[in-house]
Structures are given as C-alpha cells and as structure tokens.
Design a protein around this ligand. Sequence first.
Ligand code: GLC
Length: 725
Amino acid sequence: MSRIFADYMERARRILEGNWTGSSTKPAPSLYPHQWNWDSGFAAIGRSHYDTARAIQEIETLFDAQWSNGMLPQIVFDPNELGNYFPEPDFWQTGRSPHAPSVKLTSGITMPPVQAIAAEKIYQNARQPRIVRPFLERIYPKLLALHAYLYRERDPDQEGLVYIRHPWESGIDNSPTWDIPLSKITIDKASLPPYTRRDLEHGVDPKMRPSDDDYDRYVYLVDLFRQCNYDEFRIRERCPFLIQDPLFNSILCRANESLVRIANIIGDSPEMPLSWGRKTAEAVRKKLWHGEHGMFDAYDLISGQLIEVDTAAGFLPLYAGAAKREQAERLYNRLNSASFCSLHQGNCFTIPNYDTQKQGFDRSNYWRGPIWININWMLAQGLRRYGYTVKADSLQKDLLQLPIRFGFHEYFDSFDGTGYGSEDFSWTAALFIDLVHEFYESEKSVGTFKRRIKGFFAGDTILNNGSEMPDIDPDKLAGELMHNIRMLRDKFYDTNRGLVDYDRLNDSPEFQHYRILTNGLREFRPSCLMGRRAKLAFWTNLYNTIVVDAIVTLGVKQSVKEVPEFFRKWKYRIGPSLFSADDIEHGILRGNVRAWFYPFRPFSPRDPRRAMILTPLDPRIHFALVCGSRSCAPIDYYDVECIYDQLEAAAKSFVNSSEVLVLPEEGKVLLSEIFRWYEKDFGGKSSVIDFIFDYLVDEKAQGFIRENSASLKLEYLHYDWNLNR
Ligand code: GLC
C-alpha cells in the first residue's frame, strides 16, 4: 500500500465503519439513515478490497429485500431509524403490492442496477476468490431475476431499453434532464397527499437540494404508484413520467457484462445476460444517440422525444462500451471542453454533472452542476475503455484530490472543490479506496509477469543489426529518419491520449522503413548534426523510438518492467559507438549525469560518445522523453523548428496533469516521481517548486505555493509502469 495514501485510506475506511449499521452501510451518518440500493453497491466495491465478508453481507442484506417480481428496491428501511426521513414506509405503503416482501420495509421503486458489478468486484478483489464462489452461486439467480424484471416490466416493447418511472430511480434526482417531463405534470396541491420534507433538517443549505416543486412531483408519482398498488401494467398506463435514461441503461449494460463473467465463473450459461447486453448496447447507440446534439440523451416515452440536455449522464455509454468509436470521439470532444472542464483549463474540476455553460447550471446544487464521485468513477473507466488515458488520468486526479482536500463529502463544487451535502459520505470513501487499490493492482500484475520472464534476456543486444541498408547519403540520414518518425507519430501515436498502437505500427511499411533507416545509423556521424535544436530534436525523437522499437521487438505485453535492464541492454549502433536509451537520456540529453538508480556516469572520461553530450541541461526534456509507460509524458514528435515551444507545451501539460496534485488544505504537494528522480536537473527541491509554480494554470494552487514555498511538503506519487498501449 502506498505510504502517501495510507492515511487517507484509513480515513475512508473509518467512514465506512462509522456508517456500518450491523448488516449494511448507510450512505451517510444522518441525512440518509437507511440502506440505499446503488450506494450499497458502491460501498461493497470499496470494502471488497479489505473486508470480503462485509462486502458480501452488504449485497445479501439488500437482496433480502428483493421483491418477488425481481425488483430490487431503492431503499430498504432500518426499523430502528424510522422518523428521520421522508418518504418512509407509512407513505410508500408497499404492502399494497403482492410482490413486496413481508419481512422488510422498502420503497416501491428501484435504482441503477450496479449490483452485478459489485458482486464481480468482490470476487476479483478477494484474497481467495475461491471462497467467494458460493456467494456468487447464491447471488447470481437473484441478479438474473433483477435484470429479468427490468427487461420484462420496464421494456414492454422489447427494445432493449428499460424505463425509469420516477426521478429517484435514476439516482440523479433533480437532474436538469427531468425538468421538461416533470414540468408537464400539473399538480393539484389540494389533491396531493400532505407531507413534510425531512431532507432539509440536517443543516444542508436548501439551495443545494431539490426544490419544493420538484418534491411535489416526486410525491405525486409515489402517490400514483400506491393507487396502482405497484402494479407495473397499471402504472405504465397512467404514469406521466416514463424515461429511457442513458445512465440507467448504460449501467444495466455494463452489469450484464459482469453477469456474463459471473455465469462463467460458476459454470452457468451466460446466454441470457449476453443477449440482453448486446441488445441494450445496440439500442443505446441507436435510439439514445442524438446526432445533432453529439450526445446520448434520455428518451421521453410520453412525448416520444429525446430530451436534449447536457448532463454527465449522456457520457455513461462509454462506461458500458455501448458507444461506437465515432460517437465516443464526439463525446470526448464535448467532455473535454470548457463545458465540462477541459484538460489544463484550471480553476475547475473534472467533470461537473451539468454543462457549466448552460443557463441553470448551478455549481452547488445537487445534481445540477457539482462533481459527483460515483459518476466520475464510472466515466474514468469509460474513458480508459476507449483509450482516452490522459483525460481518464485527469478525472482520476480529481477523484483522488477532491476528498483529500475537501473531505469525503457527498458532492463537490465544480470550480473550487468545496464539499457539499453530507460529510462522511460512504460512496465517496468507498470509491476512493477502490481507486487507490486499482493503482497498485496494476503494479502487482506487472511484477508477476516480470518474475516469469526474468533471466531470459541477458547481454547487450543491438537492435539495428539488419542487413538491409537505406539507399541514402549518410549525411541526409538524420533528416530522413526524422521525417519517418513524424510519419510514425501521425499514423500510430495518439498524442491526445499518449498512446501508441504498437501492433499496427509493427506491421506497417513505415516501421519497416524505420528499421532500415536505423540500420543506416551504423554509418552515421552524429557530429554532422548542426545546432542545439537539431541535436535536441534528433536525440529526443530517437530516444522515444528506440523505446518503441524495443517494445515491439521484445513483444512487451504489459510493461517495460517485464524485461530486465530494458533501458540499458537494448542498443543502437550509431557510427562506431553503441547507445542504449539510458545512454541517450543520461549521457547525451542530461549532459552525462548519472541516473538516480546507477552508481556511475554513462560516459567515462575517454568515451568518444562524450563528444555528443548536450549542455546545458534543459529539464523540460523529462516531459518529452517517453519510457513506454503510462506515467510518462504523452508521446509526440519533436520538430527542429519548434522544439523549444514543444518542450514548453509538454512541461505545461505535465505540470497540470494528474502527475502534480496541489493540496492546499493538506499543506502539501504530491508529485510525479520524475521530480524526485531528477530533482537536481531542476536545480534542487526549491527549484522544483519554482518550476511547478511557473507552469501551473490553477491560480489558487499557485497562490498556495507562493505563500508556502518555504515550508511546502512534497510527497511523490506512484509511477505507473504499465505500457502506454
Ligand atoms: C440521493 C441521491 C441518490 C442516492 C441517495 C442516497 O437521493 O440522489 O443517488 O442514492 O441520495 O445517497
């Protein structure tokens, strides 16, 4: 476990323990005193990393209240806590339904079905997954019954899209998406059952909660359900609110994937969830996609129209893998814009629940603008699923820093991060735990693979030993090589996402040509490179491509760490000398300074390669050199003409990415290990701080550094060595 996060993990666990009721986790200490459906799923995901037994108990307690028709209720009431919430069982009167359980008190609606996802996580994260199998065997039929209920009762036309019939079922209660459908419900106050809101009795500012008008409509719908005795057919006939929501359907779709895997684990047939999942994914991308809007929208079954509103829910099909590539591309462009806080924008957090540019956006009002951890936790996975790694990292950065800086709140101000709603909120704590573990999980698997392959490779290997030589004058080779590397960049590097398509690159004629050109390096004289910019560009580009070359030549799967001495043993012959990636980095570009992990300088006093040393050292090269891993800077091609501007942009990008977390409330800054390994290159610790200060775009973060530069505590973030594939 990371030392850096250990304290916060402890805090997060204490919150979950504080909210544990004996058989499940309440969402928050007082505002939500019962068991909520999706909150429990998230809590179980957090606990799955350290307390399998309670994670299982959480889910099983919830399913003890499953209705006989398969519906999993939104709330399971704790009989000892009655009197503190509205609406409670006396209002719901679910006893009118033959399906409601007799021994449990529940509400009469459901919620986004995250439970299959949680069950799978419990299995994956258990120290001994074998022991979790009986739980999976018990829960699988219940999960199946839940999904079957949704497809049977909420998808009457068998479209593959299920509807919600109350805003509370969406989990995003007062989302602006519901404004239009709710506004069409005329309320006759006189015939509305009398009620008293209890949510405003917990010291929460009413401006941050749903309005009274909203509540009237919530109550109207519950009253209607009671009148229909919770009969789904009768409700469908009379309910003025029937919506096919992209968030609900995306979670269902993603949950089907988990169900398929659970079926495989327990040896059941995955047929059913497989076909549900396919059908829903297809329906989401066809029916809920609004081409002109460039987003997924909710479909209002009453008006027969898509509701064109820009909320984060519209991005959730990424989480389910339901979006087509072109759709994902357009979603990404929306998501990474000023509307939802773009990369390096500063003074905002990623991503607010509602478009910040829209009238009606409210940075502190519940689901009408703030940042919510659960939504962003799903979106980060969705972005990763489609390869938007840089954006996923920046989301991850905010998921980590918001609770650390502002407390484990229910939701957060989208501009300054202030925590709102309840404190000690369970899913904020649980998903924080999950996120930190995810970081370390990836490292564990790298280690295992590394052990397997260790010892297999030994001695120096020359990568450019091919027999085919380029048909080119050696003095022109550098230009041709740079041109070729730029083509590799254009075709196989995704500079936005910092990724390399190693498989396609390996099979391409461009890369075959690159290899031939590198054979020509054997007859090349680096002394013909004229001027500092040309040298910087040549060596930086060559460093980045020798890494790519070694990765594909060695068939690296997950991480360069699989190969011992990856950066030292794999070399290019250039003229009479050999150069490894380390020689290029530490010998040439860092001015023959020893690497932090190595006792000697790369070039000894009589080494002819000393003629190539580049001084003075420009620390910005650390944001241009790409070691084939996720924590490196995004890969690019560096052009002789504009390399200084490019280095400037690379440094700015890095300092404002998830590799630098400024935490004023904690009095510290968390930094990429690069700043520790190469501290001297920046001129020592205080110069590292100056450097960061100069590039930060967030004025508040800058202000904090300015005022505290002398006493600033620096801590270093885990370096993710997974391949930038
Ligand atoms: C609110 C939220 C909902 C959550 C519940 C308990 O109703 O909108 O998503 O499940 O509170 O935390």
